[in-house]
Write a new protein. Sequence first.
Length: 655
Amino acid sequence: MTSQLHVATTGSDDADGSARRPLRTINRAAALARPGDTVVVHAGEYREWVTPRRGGLSDSRRITYQAAEGEHVVIKGSERITGWEPDGGTVWKAVVPNTLFGDFNPFAEEIAGDWIVYAEGAPHKHLGDVYLNGVGFYEAGSRDEVSEPEKRTEILDAWTGVTDRVRHPEQTLLVWYAEVAATTTTIWANFQGADPNVELAEINVRRSVFYPLVPHLDYITVRGFELAQAATPWTPPTADQPGLIGPNWAKGWIIEDNHIHDAKCSAISIGKEASTGHHLATERGDKPGYQYQLESVFAARQIGWDREHIGSHVIRRNHIHDCGQNGIVGHLGCVFSTIEDNHIHHIALKREFYGYEIGGIKLHAAIDVEIRHNRIHDCSLGTWLDWQTQGTRVSRNVYHDNNRDLFIEVSHGPYLVDHNVLASPAAIELWSQGGAFVNNLVLGTVWLEPVMDRATPYHLPHSTQVAGYAFIVGGDDRWIGNLFIGGDPPTAYGTRPEGHSPAYAGTAGYDGHPASFAEYLQRIDEQPPGDHQRFLDVKQAVYARRNVYAAGARPFAGESGPVVLDGGSATVVTDGDEVYLVTDLPDGLYAADATPAGGRDLERVRFADAEFEERDGSPAVITTDLTGAAKGTERTYPAGPLAGLTAGSRRTRLW
């Protein structure tokens, strides 16, 4: 028999959890909740790490945690500190007993592990943080730096080499430094004239806010909360990946309608767990992280990494922002999941630390994952799909004002990118093969790069079973019905380090590739005899058709009948919470005869020997535009993601 358990700040954990006699803590309700039960949390602030004891039994017998209808419920990983003492100028000092932290003191825990990067001699950062009225501070390198912080208006993006403006320069003057002793932690913070004993001053205490201590607690729903201020650790794919909230290696979670912010590293984790490897490259130093990551794939298979036991999560309608590393992260545990209708922004822009695992969404092994209709902006990198991007679909998303929009790395496909707006200067980076790009609007550069020093796995279709692995030679991509608008790439984004390919506006980076599979086979036949040797110097085919190039964007030389237009402009603008596409386009958008494409219209992927399909194995359906409008097969449409886009000046609502 299912029931409701109520929690309120006026309750008692000795109560029965009824509406009239609510419990005081969510954790007490979690200890009592059984499959089919709903935990209803009433308005107020709860400072606890919720660790569910049980999971549900099926999609229809879930355990649901939800905020009471119409009530604002906040769960925080921080604690308020009021015992601050003046320590010169605008600096205050707090001496906190280590008993507050238990066996996890964020101010003693470094942000460290595989693929984190610190400049030589630079002090390592920590998981602690200080907040003043909800605004996060910056960690200083010494007590002296707390007294004399440097106001920063610009900050370097270590990947692109581009200097970005700081969103709130005054925030860079809010700094802290801590020293941890045997029984106490001393924190110095510059509150810039505010009195922390009067204002709301908080510090990180708990690692997570809603995260099980053990794996395999399935079918849990978390709905309608504000979740904030957690001391989450660095989450590379070769380590345990705890987030502010997440399932911890389970199946069938729903995380929806939440406001999630201020995770030190990652907000939502649908990632791996420690038994398949935990920072072994850093700990042992005997093999590269790449090798340990490859081993983790096989280790996961041995402990039941498959559709029946792992993944199939739903993350929807969440507002995620102001996190140091990722908005959503996952390796292996993300398979078969859906990420939709989320608003993700200001991820990894404080740049207190840097590493190679950062993005609004950063997934490894995103097998059959659907990322659709999200707004992702003001991130160091909008979406980064790394390894085993197979059966993955990125559809109907709006990317804008990111340093980079979409990066797909060392994957073999098939994966499908359709009906997106990619409006940042660095729009698409492909260190992969076997993709299909259909009806996108691309306003920035496209960077193509082979990767011949890392062989990565590919899988049987719709399965976690490994079918083989190979290097990334590049190509084997499909470009159909896309609209490219843009001229020569900006120098900062168009140039790459020595030894790397340049970025282009349009698909011209494919010049030299065969334009059909028949041409590819012909080139193979022209090579000297040999098994694998004759494949080494032949580029894979690229299939490009019905694309439109405007304002200087250039087509792949092998494309048949590209439409190239003079002039034209497009930009994404915001008006409050609304997002618009402002265009001024020449005639010719319909000249490419862009009838809707389907999965069977896309050439088979060579390495994985697989088709472009829905999760159930049926051909991919690609007939819904960015705004949700259906596209029939009886007529043609303009190139790009909007079925109603026209020439001339136009302002179109996107979000």
